[in-house]
Design a protein around this ligand. Structure first.
Ligand SMILES: Cc1cc2nc3c(=O)[nH]c(=O)nc-3n(C[C@H](O)[C@H](O)[C@H](O)COP(=O)(O)OP(=O)(O)OC[C@H]3O[C@@H](n4cnc5c(N)ncnc54)[C@H](O)[C@@H]3O)c2cc1C
Length: 578
């Protein structure tokens, strides 16, 4: 199976996009449309036709800013409050201003959005304050529709190539990337004037409680390679202590899903069937109430639909079981659970890093520029908070256009060929061992430690121990990991990314000595929010070969937030009233 082949080729392009899930295809398309004479390469470790978080479809846009329902100002305000104020609003505002034109464009690709009898978009309220959820009745076609556009633009697509490291020039500019074929282990050096990272969340960080290593909430191919590559290239990563933790269906480990069922009257309930949170929109504060309910003895927590009319339940089933995740229907069938008869048990997910749902990502400005010149990031791995799918499309567009502008104005940065040789040695080291530990065991061990030591509530002593134990796993990885074919080699490389992300998650969490973002960064030793010292971003980067964290001011708000609005997301719990 997938024998190892010795080989190395080199290609050049103007813009290289790494990751062909959601943000990547859009970034590549927009770059190409901006300059049709330029060469744009879209590199993907799976196959762009069916890769990324949207591979099986999506049931709706979670954050659509539709004129008549919401304004960019309202949306910017909502996300600022949801994210406990730690937001550079320029990027959020830019998204909010642009996303409607992207919806129209997606509509023209053949992706349908729910409309009312007047032909207007039928947006649903799920967030705490505003109305932003737009259902997609034929959401299972989203990836196909996108792929058609890539073919039409004659984009160069390199499937089955996993990027492992970025190349940088002597002047610090990005110079390209090194990739490995996941079926042959041959190397590809891609020289590029600009590079856009769209590798999705670090979704294989914690271990799902189901025990299935690949049964993650996130697309399991998203092993945090983008975070790791950005880190090793010297880019800053923002607020990595703001973990992603989601309320999911127990054992299925997919969304329950408040965004679809909520507008029809479903809700999250405790074991007495009572609602205990005001708003099912995913936020750290909502997750904290979920956690508190479990601690109070009123758990498990459930998704409750059994009070709804048969017709309503059928409609919800159609969307959840057919449009987004066909496996969900199979799961309920296999377990014999029916929304009509019972509440569906939920649980708290494994941790991950993801800006799509929270805020942890490679630091970017409103042009999707990272701190490394010529390097961009978009989608779940870039730091614009609560991005979701439409954020990936919109910020992917922004990145594509700006990166092409950068490439038009620059020549290739010159990199040191020794860097390629060094990387080949690193990548191929596990292939040189006759005996040792297979990558899946190293990965399992690292992720079990993540669950044991890094899952909130965060305890300083546990984090310190976790760092130590993870260091030992790294030692095993560096000296004993062994692979027998190119598929295992890919897993080995992913394991290295997972360990990098675990180290970054621990480092960033210890740096911020306060609690913020509800359960996402709940520190038992520092239980209070401390705005005097920590109303700031934290940036983590590699300095002199070591992990380094520092503070960065939140940029002055474009949309002011009144004092009485600032803690609206903290008021999630339903209070008994006389
Ligand atoms: C279960 C689930 C349900 C969701 N539901 C909704 C919803 O209903 N509405 C909504 O708005 N949002 C939803 N989201 C969020 C939304 O899907 C994501 O925010 C968005 O798709 C992220 O896009 P992305 O491009 O950043 O990542 P992805 O689409 O995941 O793409 C990342 C790509 O990078 C590739 N890759 C990774 N590493 C490498 C590497 N080293 N080299 C080459 N390629 C690499 C991966 O294979 C993948 O194709 C959901 C997410 C999940 C996981």
């Amino acid at each position: 199976m997938d024998d190892l082949v010795d080989g190395l080729s080199e290609v050049s392009c103007d813009v290289l996009v790494i990751g062909g899930g959601t943000a990547g295809p859009m970034a590549a398309l927009k770059a190409k449309l901006k300059n049709p004479n330029a060469t744009v390469v879209l590199l993907e470790k799976a196959n762009v036709k069916r890769s990324g978080a949207i591979s099986m479809g999506m049931d709706g846009l979670n954050n659509a800013v539709i004129p008549g329902y919401a304004t960019p100002e309202q949306y910017t305000k909502e996300i600022t409050i949801a994210n406990d104020g730690i937001v550079d609003q320029a990027a959020v505002y830019k998204y909010a201003e642009r996303c409607y034109s992207i919806i129209e464009e997606l509509d023209s690709f053949g992706i349908r959005f729910l409309k009312n009898e007047n032909g207007d978009f039928a947006v649903k309220k799920v967030h705490h304050i505003g109305t932003y959820v737009l259902p997609m009745p034929n959401g299972e076609t989203v990836k196909k529709a996108l792929y058609r556009q890539l073919r039409r633009a004659r984009l160069l697509i390199s499937n089955r190539y996993m990027a492992t490291r970025l190349l940088t020039g002597k002047d610090g500019r990005v110079a390209g990337a090194i990739a490995v074929n996941t079926r042959t282990a041959e190397f590809l050096v891609l020289k590029a004037k600009a590079v856009i990272l769209c590798c999705g969340a670090a979704g294989r960080l914690g271990l799902p409680t189901s025990g299935y290593m690949f049964g993650t909430y996130e697309n399991a191919a998203n092993s945090g390679d983008g975070y790791a590559m950005a880190y090793h290239a010297g880019a800053a990563l923002a607020n990595l202590e703001c973990f992603q933790i989601n309320p999911l269906i127990k054992d299925y480990n997919g969304p329950a899903c408040a965004y679809v069922a909520g507008p029809f009257g479903a809700y999250t309930a405790n074991n007495t069937g009572s609602r205990f949170i005001e708003c099912d929109y995913w936020s750290g504060q909502m997750m904290l109430e979920f956690y508190n309910e479990l601690q109070s003895g009123k758990g498990p927590v459930f998704l409750k639909l059994n009070h709804l009319h048969e017709k309503t339940i059928s409609e919800i089933e159609h969307t959840l079981h057919k449009v987004e995740r066909p496996t969900r229907g199979l799961f309920h069938e296999g377990r014999g659970t029916d929304y009509r008869n019972e509440m569906i048990e939920m649980h708290i997910s494994e941790i991950g890093l993801c800006s799509g749902h929270s805020a942890s990502g490679v630091f970017v400005d409103e042009f999707a520029r990272t701190t490394v010149p010529g390097l961009y990031a978009a989608g779940d791995m870039a730091s614009v908070p609560h991005n979701y799918m439409l954020g990936a499309f919109t910020n992917g567009s922004v990145a594509g256009e700006d990166a092409m502008g950068f490439a038009d104005g620059h020549d290739f940065a010159e990199f040191d060929p020794a860097d390629v040789e060094k990387e080949r040695e690193r990548v191929l080291a596990p292939t040189k061992r006759e005996d040792g530990i297979p990558p899946n065991q190293i990965e399992y061990k690292a992720r079990r430690l993540v669950n044991d030591y890094l899952q909130p509530p965060k305890v300083t002593r546990k984090f310190e121990l976790g760092q130590k134990r993870l260091g030992e796993v790294r030692e095993d990885m560096n000296t004993q990991m062994m692979v027998r074919n190119s598929h295992e080699l890919m897993r080995a490389l992913e394991t290295a990314s997972i360990l990098d992300c675990a180290d970054m998650a621990a480092h960033a969490s210890l740096y911020r000595t306060e609690s913020r973002w509800g359960l996402y960064h709940m520190r038992t030793d520092y239980p209070e929010k401390n705005n005097d010292e920590w109303f700031c971003h934290t940036l983590l980067s590699k300095k002199n070969g070591r992990m380094f964290s520092e503070k960065r001011d939140v940029q002055p708000y474009i949309v002011p937030i009144a004092d009485e609005e600032k803690d609206l997301y903290d008021k999630q719990r339903i209070r008994a009233s006389a």
